[in-house]
Design a protein around this ligand. Structure first.
Ligand code: FMN
Length: 197
């Protein structure tokens, strides 16, 4: 369970699991066992994908592993401050190329969907994840020998949550501040006259 559930000011009731997932930065030292991780990857695999290509690939490393160190070394400085406490780092990879060499324009979309499934399953199991675009892509792709047919889309930090008080500022305050979203009318339109994209 979340140690400090976030306040989520929704306009409409939605499934509680969607409220349980949020991007935490404070992780406990409780390891995530392999079987639990496999539950998360199983969940990810049930995302929809264009032509059922399933373009997602995941390379993960548990704390103190070589892969963890490699991925950690590519993170932006601001992410390294808190991601060092994650129990697992995952490189989320899109295979952007079909077998015939043409580009799968939906690959990143489908990988995003799979990431969401992974993180929702994690939330169900009391694990929180934090997706990061703040990493040096070229370095990460080189260190992992990612082929030109693929891209690293994000790196996800995973762990069981811990107290926000263990974090330095400004992360400590952010960890307990309410989540916020645009109201629906700002991004949903049913008239071309009022369209504001
Ligand atoms: C693709 C992607 C990249 C992100 N990159 C970072 C990042 O580098 N550092 C960070 O602290 N948060 C990062 N985030 C987390 C977002 O800031 C977070 O999802 C957003 O503020 C909404 O908060 P919530 O996930 O708790 O609802 C990223 C999220 C996504 C989906």
């Amino acid at each position: 369970m979340n140690k400090h559930p976030k306040i989520v000011p929704t306009q409409y009731d939605i499934h509680p699991l969607l409220l349980q997932r949020w991007s935490a930065r404070s992780f406990s030292n409780k390891p995530i066992n392999l079987d639990t991780l496999h539950h998360l990857f199983e969940a990810a695999s049930w995302a929809a994908s264009s032509m059922n290509q399933q373009p997602w690939r995941f390379v993960f490393g548990a704390k103190d592993s070589e892969i963890f160190s490699l991925l950690y070394s590519t993170l932006a400085g601001g992410n390294q401050i808190w991601a060092k406490d994650a129990q697992v780092l995952i490189a989320v990879i899109a295979n952007t190329t079909f077998n015939d060499g043409t580009v799968n324009l939906h690959a990143w979309h489908d990988v995003g969907a799979a990431s969401s499934y992974l993180l929702l399953q994690a939330a169900e199991l009391g694990i929180l994840g934090h997706q990061m675009g703040g990493f040096i892509r070229e370095k990460a792709e080189s260190l992992l020998s990612i082929p030109h047919t693929c891209n690293i889309v994000s790196i996800i930090a995973l762990g069981y949550p811990d107290s926000h008080e263990l974090l330095p500022e400004p992360f400590r305050t952010r960890e307990i501040s309410p989540r916020s979203r645009k109201p629906i009318h700002e991004f949903v339109f049913d008239s071309l006259e009022n369209l504001s994209l």
